[in-house]
Every structure is written in C-alpha cells, then in structure tokens.
Ligand binder design. Structure first.
Ligand SMILES: Nc1ncnc2c1ncn2[C@@H]1O[C@H](COP(=O)(O)OP(=O)(O)OP(=O)(O)O)[C@@H](O)[C@H]1O
Ligand SMILES: [Mg+2]
Length: 1118
C-alpha cells in the first residue's frame, strides 16, 4: 500500500464515524496535532472550535477550557454515560473525559489524583471544579449512604460560594478565597468524605469594595431572601442602602436571584448538616458584621490634649450587643481604648476617630474571615470520612485566578503569587512527566526552551530576599514602620531583579517611567506585569486586631462569637506576635504544593474569551495573552519535542490494522510486532516513528494524518467491500428465497391442481357409480317386483285353489250333513211312523187333544218366562214393549201391555205426597176442563200451579190488603183488567179466597172490588193461545153494579181451574166455563161482544185488545 496525500477538504469530508478524538473534528481536538504550530494557528484553532461550541481542546492530557458564558447541552446525564469508562482520546475533548480518566486511574491504578484548575478570574475555574465533582458523583458508587456523602460534598459548594464569592468587575461570581478539596474514596471507588482547605479570604472586601463590585453574596442574599420575621430577629432591614458596608452602585447583579440563592444556601446548610441553632448563629454573626459598618465615630478632645473618639449614635451598638450578647459598655470601651501590655505593664491609650474606624473595620473583617474559616471547619466536620480505612484521594484545586485590577493591593499580590506557584508546578510536573515518559519508554528526546517562572516565585518567596520576607521584616522591625519604608526596603533589595520594577529603585531603567507611580512597585508575573499599590501592605500583613476587641468578643454570650476569638480569653494571653498574613499564606501554599506533588496531576487550563462576560465573543488579543502567559504553546512544543503523538500498541494496532493484509482482520502475535509489520508494510519512513516499550511514538502529526487518511480510504474500501458482499449476499439470499418460494408455490399449486383433478374424477366416479348402482337397484327392484308378483299370483292361485277345495269340501260336507239330516228325519219319521203304527192302537181317541194342550201349555210357559226378562222400565212414559212371539197370543200380549202400564202408573202415583196429589188433582181437573179445548192448555201442563204468586203477607206494601182479607188466600196474582172504554189494560191484584174473588189496586193494595163466589156465574175465554178471560157476575147481585170483569193473566189455566174447584167446594155447584172465540160481557148497562181474531205478529207474541165500537171489543191473538 502506497501513500497518497489527501487535501484537507477531503480529510474533513471523510470524517464521519464518531469513534475517536480524531473523527469528525472541528479544527484539531488535540493541539499536539496542530500543523503548522504557531500562535496564529493555535488561536485560530481555538476560535474555530469555540465558534462550533467546542469549548474543550486538549494539549495531550491537558484540557483547555474556554468559558462559553452560556449553558451548553453538553453536561447532561447522557453525556456522562457517553464518557463513562471510555479512553481519554476516544471521544471529542471534554472535561468529563479528564474527570473519567482521573477517577478511573484513582480507582483502578490506586493513584491519588489532583485536578489543577487554573486561569484568570472569570475563566471558569469554579464551574469546572463543580463539573468535575458532579461527574465523579454521577459515576461513582451508589446507595443511600454513598448518596448522602455525595450530596453533602456537592452541597458544600453553594454554602462556601455564598460566603466566599463576590461580584467583581471580572466575574459576577468571583471566588474570593482559595479552595482545595480532597475527595476521599474507598478501594471500590465509593466516596467516603472529603476535606476542604481554604486559602486567605479577601476579607478587606467586607469593609470596602472597589467601584462596580459587591461585598460577599451572603449579605445581599440575607437582605433579599430572609423573611420579615427572620430579618426582625437579626435586627436587620431589607434596604441595602441602610448599610455602609454594602457598595450600592452594583447591589443587583444581572441574572442573579439573591432571594432564591438564599433559600438554596439554607437548604444546602441543612443538607450539609448544620443544626438550626448553628445556622441561626452564623446569620447573627453576618448581621453583626453588617451592623458594625453603621457604627460611626465623632472626635472628642480631652483635657490632656489627646484625641478621643465617641460613638455618634449608640443605637446600632446596642443592637449589635443584643445580637451578640456582649455588654454594651465593654464594646464601647473597646472602640475607645487600646491596651498595650508589655512586661507585666498595661498601658491604655485612647483611640482617635481614625483609629476607632480602623478598629471597627478590623473587627468586622476578622469576625467575617473567622466565621468563614469556622464554616469550612464545620463543613469538614460533616463531610469527613467516617472510617479509618486507607483512602484514595482526589484533590480539586479551585483557587482565585490571576488578576490585574486598576488598584492592586496586598490581596492581589498574594493571589498572583499563588498563581505563580501553580504555574510553576504545572511547568515542573508537565515537563517531568513528559521527561519521565520518554525515559520510561526508552525514547530519545530533545530539550525544549520554555519560560520557567521559578525566578518570579523566588522574587516573592525567597526566605532572605523575597518580597514577603521583606514585608515580614518590616512588620516586625521596631521603630516607625510604614508602607513607604517597606517600599524603600524593596527598592534596596530587589532593585536588580529583572522582574521587579520600581521608580524608586536605583536601577535607572524606570526612573522616567511615568506609568509607574512612586508609591507602587511592579512585578513582571508570568501572566503579565502587575503594578501594586504599596499602601496597606504592612497593615494587611500584620492583620492586627486590638486585644481589647478580641477580649470584648470573647466575653460575648453568643457561643459562636466567643469560639471565634479564643485569644480574647484573658487567662490565655499570648504576648507572642501571631504569624503575619503573608508568612501564613506562604506556608499554606508550600504545604499545598507539597501535597500536589505527591499526586498525579490533571490540568484544566481555563481561558477567558472576552472581558465582557458575554457569549459568542472571542477576543483574539485577550486569548493570545492568556495563551502566552499560560505557556500553552510551549506546552505543545514540549509535548511534541520528541514525538507529537503516542499511543499504546494495542489501540494503535486495533485502529490501523485494516491497512495491512497481515494484520487484517486478525493479528495473532504481540501487538508491538503487529504495529511493526503494519508500519513496514505502509513504508513509513523510519525517522517518522519510534518504538517505545509499550507505545508507538509518532514524530510528526502529518504522519498521523496520513495514517488517518489511509484508514478512512481503507474504511471506505472496506465499506464498499462489505456493501458488495452484503448486496451479493442479499441478492443471493433473495434469489434462494424466491427459488424456495417458487418451489413451495409450485408444489402447492400442483397439489391444488391434483386435488381438483382428483375431486373431478371422484365426482365422475361417484356419478357413474350412482348410475350403475341405480341401474342395478332398478334391475333388482324389477326382479323383486316380478318375484313378488309371482308370489302373489301363486298365492292367489293357491287361495283360489284352496277356496275351491274348501268349497268343494264344504259342499261335500253339507251334502253329507243334509244326507245325514235327511236320513235322520227319514229315520225319525220312519221311527215315528213305526211307533205310531205300533202305538196307534193304544191312544188314538184323546191323545191328539192332550198333545195339543200340552204343547199349548209349554208354549205359554215359555212365553211368560221370556216376558219376565223382557219387560220394559217402570217409567210411565216408556213406550217400549217387546214384539209378540206367537200370533195366537196377540190379544194377550196387548192386554199384558195395558195391565203393565196401569200397574207402573199406580206404582208411580203411590210415591206422591198429599200436596203433590192435590196438585195433580188440580192438573187433572185442568186437563178435563181445557184439554183439547183451549190452545193455551198444553203450555200450562209443565208449569206447576203455585197459587200465591204475590207474597201478600211478606210484602209490607200489602199489609192493609192482608189485614182486610182474613181468609186463606188461594190465588194472589197480578192480572190486567181491560178497560172497557178503550181496551187498555190496568194492573190489578187478583185474590181468590175461600169465599170471594177480590180485585185490588196493585200499587196501594186498596180493594177495588169484592165478589162472593156465589155471585160468579160464568167464566168465558177464547179457545186460542191467549190469557184473556171474563168473569160474569150474577145479575142483580151487589157486585154486579159495575158489570163483568174482563181480565187477562199469564196463569189463566191455573186461575180458571182453581176458581172452578173453589166455587164447586163452596157452592156445590159447577162453575160454567165457556170456551168460545166470541162472547158477551156486561159492562154496566151495555153488553159488549169480545171477539178473538187471528192477529199479526207485529207486537210479538202479546195479544192486543182494541175497542172497535160500542158493542165490539177485538182481541188480536198472534
Ligand atoms: N462551562 C461553563 N458553561 C457555562 N458557563 C460557564 C462555564 N464556565 C464558566 N461559566 C460562566 O462564567 C462565570 C465565571 O466562571 P467561574 O466563576 O468559574 O470563574 P472563575 O475562574 O472561578 O473565576 P474566579 O477566579 O473569579 O473565581 C460563571 O459564573 C458562569 O456564568
Ligand atoms: Mg472561582
């Protein structure tokens, strides 16, 4: 395989598969690969990447981080997962890759780690440290206990940031203290706890802030976020302007919600483990500090001419004393006097106004900085590891960044000194590591020139001639000590130092430099020249707090304040001067450096893209400046001094093995041999690479790019090959599948066709079969029918034959019987003849008559015996009678019938009671009177005669009538009395008693007429089917005055019969009953003829009576 150089466009276009740092790169992800390597290309690369939101870039294992000033979506849990357990160069540069690398080498290789985050103020150090911590928290062990530790470690950040960070002109959340946190892990890599070290809080900020800056966040957070109640307890007001210590011009920071942050801080304190009373005490101290600023003094002269000061308004003092539990007079005195103790002598001097203000501010600063240290101690108490097992440690250093302000004072000097030290350790460790690696791998390398800032560190920290040593010397020197004397001293000692500049120095170089005021000195730091105002250096280094004040504080009943000032305890007076701030800091930095040197360093170099704290702005000059002083270019050069790129043999072979036939797809031998074969095969010039013990070293980045290009090309070829084979496989598979499918379909079709054919044949066979069966069946049927007919014919013939035979036999038998009978008759006759001939002589005279009588007797006997069994039922109306057997008994038979009938009638009559007898007598009478005379009669036969149809005695309506008739009533019935004038009928009650006939009104029961039976001469009625009858009265009798009665009744037959019988029994004379269709009725004087005619059926079956003329009344009977 031969080299072919690709253009850079081709290179970019072909970077597709994101499996490595080298894939899909924007610019170069590792500056080591930068070609050509100069400042411009370095910045351009950073800029290009920054513009594409790639804020991280490597220099080997160092991460350069450019502050994006906006939240990027690259810190999500998915990203954490992406970077988890991946090799450092496997994915695009990220702070997580560094964190993962550090964590894994801590866990797996048992190497303590430190993560050094450097950069100037606002470059993103604190954010980076938090990202590292959160990544480690996310990937390390889980479980309730571990999670609590993690949570406490993470939540210590907001607490310390609130108390130790402030808005500066460079950074809205600038760390005003140095922080180094050791996170401790067990052998599994689970977090056990941590230890925080803090470095020199910028306490001067408590009493004074430069323009455009703020005091520490916590002051603003309390005033904005605390409830009214809480503020009242702290004796605070919400108004910022009420407090002298709060710079007003930038009290509000854009995008910062102090109130919400206050809640976060309180919550974080709770999670970290602060007790409620502790939190309360902390805020009380903060309130006290704030209120101290409001104490003002006024001058007051004393007699002896000494200046004295007095507190202007004691109200504030009083409130502070209430808050802290200090006796007001004690504090007041501490602000007015200063006691100096020397050799058992106590001298008290008064304080003038300036001294009083100095004392006040010193107290405030001390109170706050001690509170801060106490907070760190308290947090450490909570987060310290609970077990004593051996711990692995990961240190995260987030220290204030290098800063240059307009007025730089002691604090900036200290901060920048610290940064110098860090830069030095960076140089030392980086070079050392690099050097060691080459030695380890047995590779030759050439030394690279770089700027070593050890000389600046020496200028500051040298024990004899260092600036800090000078300062301490000045502070401890007896006599008048001022900042100027200190400067003078510096000018004497450091004048010749090439990094020290001063107007006053003897060195004439700066005598005319007007940019350098007389009260200042300038140091050429690694990161640039910084001019320091010498004013305040001595005081700040001394960090003096008058003993009266510390003693006053110790007397406080507030336990926290008391604890913050242990030196105030009069029993433990220490006359030794406390160490100066400078020497303290130097010592702690030295300890820190020592600590860091024992750990494996991981660098995050933060770069600030612009001064505006704004996103999307990349200020080339600013970045260039930072690159220069951070020595990043040198860093790259050192890294590339020998070889630009190095990689362990295994991953190298894995990545490029496809470029050589021997190594592709598998190399069986050791990885190094594989890489050797590979590089030989690729004909890479020998001077381009070197084989280390475990790594291959590539001298020129170009070689790596060429390898990459070849790899890309090869990958494409492989992809084409895979595609080709895949397509072939796919087509073949498809073809085979289709073939298989075709066979399946064909077989199924054939099966189907055969099934159909078979079905058809089967159907035809069935039809043929059915025809054949039908034909056979019919044939069989025919045969059977024929056979049946034959059988039937045979049967008939046989029957006929048997019949003939039988008849013949019968005839023969009959003939025989007749003959036998004839023979018997003839024989009987013959015998009879013989007997008669024989016995003729004995009874010829009477025998005939006797035989006749005997025979007659026998017949009669037989007749009567048979009759006995044949007599019909006893019912008189049964007409049955057996037939007559012998003609000669005809008259006897009839007579017998008549006698039997009479007998059974008698039998029937004998059952009657007397009453029934009477009724039947009456019925008999009626029959004699009317049978065959009156057409109404037959209908009356079936009706029983009741007589009293009206129950006169029971009906109260007829009481009167009943009373009037005292005889037995035979008939009581309603009849119609015909009006002679018009033939209309009127209802009347007809009563028949033993002696009389009475007519009474139906409604009232009044008797209308009463006729004795003797006066009734005749009763007339028609022969027809009507109920009309006339009662004729005797002429001349009393009742006859009104004439005869013409009446009609439904029970005519009964009434006439009863009237006839009663009259007969009373008068012994038969009543004349005339039945005629025309009779005369006497009405008063006239005689009217009543004529019955056959009428129409217009009125139904009711006869109608009509007066025709004076003499004729016509009754139409239907
Ligand atoms: N990775 C990041 N993503 C988004 N914003 C960031 C990031 N890093 C920093 N910032 C922004 O920059 C600001 C300054 O960052 P940070 O406080 O970390 O600076 P610093 O280096 O700690 O400064 P100092 O030395 O003053 O403490 C942050 O408040 C934040 O707004
Ligand atoms: Mg910070």
């Amino acid at each position: 395989m031969k080299w072919r150089i690709l253009t850079s466009e081709e290179k970019m276009a072909k970077m597709e598969v994101k499996t490595s740092l080298l894939d899909n790169m924007i610019g170069v992800g590792d500056m080591v690969l930068l070609e050509p390597l100069d400042e411009d290309s370095f910045i351009n690369n950073l800029k290009k990447r920054y513009d594409h939101n790639e804020v991280y870039t490597y220099i080997g294992s160092v991460v350069i981080s450019i502050n994006p000033y906006r939240s990027l979506p690259i810190y999500t849990p998915e990203k954490v997962e992406e970077y988890r357990n991946r090799n450092f160069y496997e994915l695009s540069p990220h702070i997580f890759a560094l964190s993962d690398e550090a964590y894994r080498s801590l866990r797996d290789q048992d190497k303590d780690q430190c993560i050094l985050i450097t950069g100037e103020s606002g470059a993103g150090k604190t954010e980076a440290s938090k990202l590292v911590m959160s990544y480690v928290a996310a990937v390390c062990g889980k479980g309730a206990e571990v999670n609590q530790v993690k949570e406490q470690l993470l939540q210590s950040n907001p607490v310390l940031e609130a108390f130790g960070n402030a808005k500066t002109v460079r950074n809205d959340n600038s760390s005003r203290f140095g922080k180094y946190m050791d996170i401790e892990f067990d052998f599994k890599g689970d977090p056990l706890g941590g230890v925080i070290s803090n470095y020199l809080l910028e306490k001067s900020r408590v009493v004074k802030q430069p323009r455009g800056e703020r005091n520490f966040h916590i002051f603003y957070q309390i005033l904005s976020g605390a409830s009214e109640d809480f503020l009242c307890k702290l004796k605070l007001e919400r108004d910022f302007s009420r407090y002298n210590y709060l710079g007003l011009d930038s009290a509000k920071v854009n995008g910062v919600d102090d109130a919400a942050n206050f809640r976060t801080v309180r919550n974080a304190m709770q999670i970290v483990g602060f007790m409620d009373h502790e939190t309360q005490s902390v805020f009380e101290v903060v309130a006290a500090v704030l209120k101290l600023g409001n104490i003002e003094f006024k001058p007051e002269s004393r007699v002896n001419g000494l200046d004295e000061s007095k507190i202007k308004d004691k109200n504030e003092l009083k409130e502070i004393c209430e808050l802290t539990g200090i006796d007001q007079s004690v504090l007041e005195r501490a602000f007015s006097f200063r006691t100096v103790e020397a050799k058992q002598e106590k001298v008290s001097t008064t304080l003038n106004v300036a001294q009083a203000y100095y004392a006040r501010d010193a107290l405030a600063k001390n109170l706050y900085s001690r509170l801060f240290s106490w907070l760190v101690t308290r947090i450490n108490e909570s987060i310290k590891a609970q077990t004593k097992v051996r711990k692995k440690v990961m240190g995260v250093l987030d220290i204030y960044g290098f800063e240059i302000f307009e007025d730089n004072s002691f604090e900036q000097f200290i901060i920048n000194y610290c940064n110098e030290k860090l830069q030095q350790i960076f140089i030392e460790l980086t070079l050392k590591e690099e050097q060691e690696e080459y030695i380890r791998e047995g590779i030759e390398w050439t030394h690279i020139e770089y700027f070593n800032n050890a000389i600046i560190c020496d200028l500051i920290e040298n024990n004899q001639t260092g600036i800090l040593a000078m300062l301490d010397e000045e502070c401890l020197r007896p006599g008048t000590v001022t900042d100027d004397t200190f400067l003078e001293k510096l000018n004497q000692v450091c004048a010749t130092h090439q990094h020290f500049e001063s107007r006053m120095s003897k060195c004439s170089r700066f005598l005319n430099d007007t940019s350098l005021p007389h009260s200042c000195f300038r140091i050429q730091h690694y990161a640039g020249k910084v001019m320091y105002q010498v004013e305040g250096f001595v005081d700040k280094n001394n960090d003096l707090l008058y003993r009266d004040l510390s003693q006053a504080m110790w007397k406080a009943s507030h336990s926290l304040i008391k604890a913050l000032f242990p030196e105030g305890n009069p029993t433990k007076i220490n006359l030794k001067r406390p160490p100066t701030a400078g020497s303290q800091f130097k010592a702690s930095v030295a300890t820190l450096m020592k600590n860091l040197q024992t750990k494996n360093p991981n660098y995050i170099r933060c770069i600030k893209p612009n001064d505006k704290k704004a996103a999307h702005i990349f200020n080339d000059a600013l970045v260039c400046h930072q690159i220069r002083y951070l020595g990043l270019l040198e860093n790259v050069r050192v890294r590339r001094a020998g070889y630009a790129f190095r990689q362990a043999y295994e991953p190298c072979l894995e990545r490029y093995k496809m470029l050589c036939k021997q190594t592709w797809p598998h190399w069986r031998g050791p990885a190094r041999a594989g890489v050797e074969v590979l590089f030989n095969e690729l004909e890479i010039p020998e001077e381009e690479f070197s084989f280390g013990r475990s790594k291959i070293f590539i001298r020129n980045p170009r070689t790596l790019f060429k390898l990459e290009d070849l790899r890309k090309q090869r990958l494409e070829d492989l992809a084409t090959l895979i595609e080709k084979i895949y397509r072939g496989w796919k087509c073949r598979t498809r073809f085979l599948l289709m073939k298989k499918s075709q066979i399946v379909i064909a077989s199924w079709y054939r099966r189907y066709a055969q099934q159909k054919k078979y079905q058809k044949i089967k159907n035809s066979a069935v039809i043929v079969q059915s025809y054949i069966r039908g034909w056979k069946a019919r044939k069989l049927l025919r045969e059977l029918k024929h056979q049946k007919r034959c059988n039937e014919a045979a049967t008939i013939i046989a029957a006929y034959w048997h019949g003939t035979q039988a008849r013949r036999e019968l005839k023969r038998l009959k003939e025989e019987a007749r003959r036998k009978h004839a023979v018997a008759v003839i024989w009987a006759y013959w015998l009879g003849l013989k007997v008669r001939r024989e016995y003729r002589k004995f009874f010829r005279a009477n025998a005939g008559r006797k035989i006749y009588e005997f025979t007659l007797q026998r017949l009669m006997q037989k007749y009567f015996l048979e009759m006995k069994n044949k007599v019909p039922s006893l019912s008189p109306i049964d007409k049955n009678w057996p037939a007559r057997p012998y003609l000669f008994l005809d008259s006897t038979h009839k007579e017998l019938k008549r006698i039997f009938h009479l007998w059974r009638c008698k039998k029937y009559r004998d059952q009657f009671t007397d009453q029934q007898k009477l009724i039947y007598e009456e019925k008999l009478e009626a029959s004699e009177l009317f049978k065959d005379k009156k057409a109404l009669y037959p209908a009356s036969v079936g009706q029983p005669f009741q007589g009293a149809y009206l129950e006169i005695s029971k009906n109260p309506k007829y009481k009167k009538l009943k009373d009037a008739v005292d005889e037995k009533i035979i008939i009581a019935e309603v009849v119609n009395k015909i009006n002679r004038a018009n033939g209309k009928a009127t209802s009347r009650i007809f009563l028949l008693t033993k002696n009389n006939v009475l007519l009474a009104d139906q409604k009232s029961g009044n008797i209308k007429s009463e006729v004795p039976l003797g006066d009734v001469t005749k009763v007339s009625m028609s022969s027809q089917n009507d109920g009309f009858f006339a009662v004729h009265l005797k002429e001349g009798s009393g009742a006859a005055g009104k004439g005869d009665f013409l009446l009609s009744s439904d029970h005519l037959i009964e009434m006439a019969t009863k009237l006839y019988r009663t009259t007969l029994s009373q008068t012994k004379q038969k009543l004349n009953i005339e039945i005629s269709d025309e009779f005369l009725v006497q009405f008063r004087q006239d005689k009217v003829c009543v004529k019955f005619i056959q009428g129409s059926q217009k009125n139904g079956n009711i006869p109608t009576c009509k007066r025709k003329n004076n003499r004729l009344l016509e009754v139409a009977v239907p």
